[in-house]
Design a protein around this ligand. Structure first.
Ligand code: FAD
Ligand code: NDP
Length: 449
């Protein structure tokens, strides 16, 4: 059977859309398969609604600050259903914009699941599509644990379905989602306990994650490490988490329990084993540096692979792949080094490059760290004692900056520019030679002794 398309993309999330748009720009005939909403996780149940809730939470914090500054205001609760409708209106706008752009680009959108029939063909809704290149961009979903009462809790999708702020919440997990949603729920009025099986944000710089845990505790969030949830049960007082007798939460009850224990790739019902596409033990599609799977002509990008599960990563990998396949750039591929990332916690935590422990593992005694711990001015004015922390990780005699890590108000917007400097190989001396912007928190990064 001749090809129906030049490219078939499974999944219209961050990665799939970016791949399809870039390939179509180079003249490829593209079919884009998506059974759900355009935009995938990020737009519908990830970054976008999360950031909306984070902005709302920032507003709640700002009301408290305003009062301390002397404004005659009584902080009030969020009209949660009205804000959810506003949030959804914003997302509907993104859907409409995608629909228009897909139409203009001549991309055929097929609103259904795809499954491989062979290396070059996908079956969708009883129709057979064929192309020399197929991209798997099917993303991931929340991990479920095989423990009693798991179904009594909700996951992040369930969080976005909430129509009111629960009064008492246990958040199980210690990663991005647990940390972010715990901060949002607390700022919006809930009593929150975070129950992590190890500690918060394993993999980030330990000094910062400890400082974040301390800051969350100071704000009134219960942060409990080394707490492995073994199940949930409901009684007349609410939900109880079985975390072992030693945990402080053993006698507490909750109105809602949020599971945030990682995500699992959507790779099990695609027919991958039949066509010979290899997956790792966790179900991630195995890819090489060029995003090629073990089968020629089949590629994979984004959360379905074991690469960092971030929207800009999926987008960048998809664009590079389309450039290589259809744009004549034979060596185009994403450089996965020095990817910046922000945890939208309260306060936010931003990071690019190596944390201190990883730097020491790689470079031993050649590592030197610089710190600044200070009270941000907007908090000091309100007599709030909480500190911000900034840290540079440098390597070698020339003190190349291999890591920039920040915790405090505003660092979410600071890190992008510093990521450029790290990517370019800046040295500590380059930071020192840059004149500060005053009065800001960012200036601390160029004023470290
Ligand atoms: P997805 O966006 O998940 O898209 C995959 C698509 O494939 C889905 O639409 C799905 O319906 C479709 N699909 C599945 N199976 C098939 C099939 N058989 N055929 C066709 N289509 C199929 N990242 C950030 O960078 N910043 C953030 O602030 C951030 N916040 C997040 C908050 C939450 C709560 C979550 C859950 C994630 C967050 N992320 C964030 C991560 C980000 O959402 C993902 O990294 C990103 O969406 C991955 O894009 P993707 O294209 O790989 O997959
Ligand atoms: P993470 O990988 O960040 O964290 C998973 C958490 O679940 C860890 O604390 C982990 O503990 C814990 N965990 C894993 N398995 C179990 C288990 N069996 N029992 C108890 N706890 C367990 O995943 P998230 O789900 O929070 O987020 C998924 C991904 O989405 C992130 O990795 C990130 O890439 C992306 N994301 C990005 C955001 C952003 O950019 N701001 C925001 C939200 C998500 P341990 O550390 O001990 O392994």
């Amino acid at each position: 059977m001749p090809s129906t398309h030049d490219l078939i993309v499974l999944g219209a999330g961050s990665g799939g859309l970016a791949t399809a748009f870039r390939a179509a720009r180079h003249g490829a005939r593209v079919a884009l398969l998506e059974p759900g909403e355009l935009g995938g996780t990020c737009v519908n149940v990830g970054c976008v609604p999360k950031k909306a809730m984070w902005f709302a939470a920032q507003m709640a914090d700002a009301q408290q600050l305003a009062r301390s500054y002397g404004f005659d205001v009584e902080p009030g609760p969020l009209d949660w259903p009205a804000f959810v409708a506003r949030r959804q209106g914003y997302i509907d706008g993104i859907h409409a914009s995608y629909r228009k752009r897909l139409d203009e680009a001549g991309i055929e959108v097929v609103p259904a699941h795809g499954r491989f029939e062979n290396e070059q063909a996908v079956v969708v809704d009883g129709r057979r599509l064929q192309a020399p290149h197929i991209v798997i961009a099917t993303g991931a979903h929340s991990r479920q644990l095989d423990v009693p009462g798991f179904e009594l809790g909700i996951d992040s999708d369930g969080f976005f379905d909430l129509q009111a702020c629960p009064r008492r919440v246990a958040v199980i997990g210690g990663g991005y989602i647990a940390t972010e949603l715990a901060g949002v729920l607390h700022a919006l009025g809930a009593e929150v306990d975070v129950l992590a099986r190890s500690h918060l944000l394993r993999g980030f710089d330990a000094e910062l994650t400890e400082a974040l845990a301390q800051s969350m505790r100071e704000q009134g969030i219960g942060v409990h490490g080394h707490c492995q949830a073994r199940g949930l049960r409901r009684d007349e007082q609410g939900l109880r988490v079985d975390c072992g007798a030693a945990a402080d939460v053993a006698n507490k009850t909750y109105d809602s329990v949020l599971w945030a224990v990682g995500r699992v790739p959507n790779s099990s019902d695609l027919g991958l084993d039949e066509v010979g596409v290899a997956r790792d033990a966790d179900g991630h599609v195995q890819v090489d540096a060029m995003q090629d799977t073990t089968v020629p002509g089949i590629h994979a990008i984004g959360d379905v692979t074991a690469r960092p599960a971030l929207t800009p990563v999926a987008i960048a990998a998809g664009r590079q792949l389309a450039e290589r396949l259809f744009g004549g750039r034979d060596d185009a591929h994403l450089d996965y080094d020095n990817i910046p990332s922000v945890v939208f916690s309260h306060p936010p935590l931003a990071s690019v490059g190596l944390d201190e422990d990883s730097a020491r593992e790689r470079h031993g005694d050649d590592v030197r760290c610089y710190h600044s711990r200070f009270r941000p001015m907007q908090l000091a004015l309100a007599d709030i004692q909480r500190k911000a922390l900034m840290k540079l990780v440098c390597v070698g005699d020339e003190e190349r900056v291999v890591g920039v890590h920040m915790l405090g108000p505003g660092v979410d917007e600071m890190v992008q520019g510093f990521a450029v400097a790290v990517k370019m190989g800046a040295r500590k001396a380059d930071f020192d030679a840059t004149v500060a912007v005053h009065p800001t928190a960012a200036e601390e990064l160029v004023l470290m002794g």
